[in-house]
Design a protein around this ligand. Sequence first.
Ligand code: ZN
Length: 204
Amino acid sequence: MALRQDAKSRLGDDVIRLWDFMTGKYDVKVYDKRTSGLMSLAGKILQRLSIMSYEQFMNGYVTTIGNRIYIPFKLGDDEGRWSYWDQIVLCAHEFQHVRQFNGSVVSFVWNYVRNPEKRALYECQAFRGNFEMEYFKWKELPYTSTMVKNKLRYYGCSEKILNNATHYIDSCIPTIELGGVVNQASKDVINWLRANAGYWELKK
Ligand SMILES: [Zn+2]
């Protein structure tokens, strides 16, 4: 998917420039999920394994595998279910997954698909980035660990895993509320915004 396209607004342009920066930094390519044969196959497998429905996977989720990110909407366009801000938060989340691969795509995918506990841990680490981004913008958190718990319900996790995930996020929140940013992808996104589009930080 060509990132350099005409955005409809300045905010949409921020989204595209940010994603352009991050894809360059991490050598990542962005693809349209809706036209990907690989994603269609993955969606069918996930449905077969009762991890999530095909429709949910294809239209409701961004998927990162190795250095490829599959997106079911057009970056820099806010007419779908992702606002501009959602697309910025998403950037911090998905690039944290890129970092998790750590050169071992096979073991990541294997753990992700077959091991619900590891899957939950990967997601919790990436969702920490969502909290870090929200705190950066608002200097307060618009949601609690329950948000992560509810999202993980769609990732085939047991109640015990969901509760562990809640504890994990709750343990991160005090640091986040002191302004601490742990995820490197969040640091990259925040640094880029401060340097190029500082108005996204509503409170300083
Ligand atoms: Zn994720």
